[in-house]
Ligand binder design. Structure first.
Ligand code: ADP
Ligand code: ADP
Length: 237
């Protein structure tokens, strides 16, 4: 479902974020990428969704090259990819429901979404998504009145409403306490199992990775230093 072929990313100024990455992730997999700060985890996820352009190589999503795509084709590929960030990236001063409906934006004309008009089916999808992360009762609460864990669950509901086929989560629990971390990781894992959404999660703690991953990819200095089942991953991958 995701093919990463010989990908390198050099930032302006010369820092190498990724150096010759080759990876293949199958539909429905739950993969955890581990590595110290600066290893290239975030650069890799941002490359997959083409939030920035790569310097070398090719990334293919469900048979289409996102590296080469433009315009309508690029938007179509991106619609299948939901991003979750450490900092939640919600619109703080608006309701949870509106934040979740933002996941539907790619399905409508710009005018309609500027006016904030969403069809009844979208509202239903948004409520289903909120239900899946057990947060329906917060639908009309302003996003900035929620706890960090609740905000991250809203971000998960947003990618569910988006009907994303791939979830890329960049350190989704880095700013959460241990109990909330467990709730958010449990949600991601359950959604992967129930809906078969291909999921890649960046984490910097191998212990947490072990609890949830079936496959672990270790990154160091922009290179893959381990790729295998969780049982074979040593502490220094
Ligand atoms: P991680 O997510 O594992 O912490 P990153 O992907 O953020 O690692 O960073 C990989 C390398 O690329 C680091 O050396 C980092 O300093 C560098 N880097 C990341 N983002 C930028 C940027 N926007 N400009 C320049 N260098 C960057
Ligand atoms: P910034 O411009 O602050 O770096 P981004 O360009 O990464 O932020 O994203 C802008 C907004 O769009 C954020 O609110 C982010 O959550 C949202 N977003 C970006 N990509 C996706 C995606 N694939 N799925 C859902 N939301 C996304």
């Amino acid at each position: 479902m995701i093919e990463i072929n010989n990908v390198s990313k050099t930032y302006p100024g010369g820092t190498k974020g990724l150096n010759g990455i080759n990876l293949s992730v199958a539909k429905g997999e739950f993969v955890v990428i581990v590595g110290l700060s600066g290893a290239g985890k975030s650069t890799l996820l941002r490359s997959i969704n083409r939030l920035h352009d790569i310097t070398e190589g090719d990334i293919v999503i469900s048979g289409s090259s996102i590296t080469k795509a433009t315009g309508h084709q690029l938007r179509k590929i991106r619609r299948d990819i939901g991003m979750i960030f450490q900092s939640f990236n919600l619109v703080k001063r608006t309701t949870v429901l509106r934040n979740v409906l933002a996941g539907r934006v790619g399905y409508h004309s710009t005018l309609r979404t500027i006016l904030g008009q969403f069809p009844k089916e979208d509202i239903e999808l948004a409520f289903q998504a909120l239900d899946r992360v057990n947060i329906v009762e917060k639908a009309y609460t302003r996003a900035d009145q929620l706890s960090g864990g609740q905000q991250q669950r809203v971000a998960i509901a947003r990618v569910l409403a988006q009907e994303a086929k791939i979830i890329l989560a960049d350190e989704p629990v880095a700013s959460l306490d241990p109990l909330t971390t467990k709730q958010v990781m449990d949600d991601l894992k359950r959604i992967n199992q129930e809906l078969g959404i291909t999921t890649i999660v960046n984490l910097h703690f191998i212990d947490l990775a072990r609890q949830y991953a079936t496959r672990i990819i270790g990154l160091r200095a922009g290179e893959v230093v381990f790729d295998g089942p969780v049982e074979q991953a040593t502490d220094d991958v």
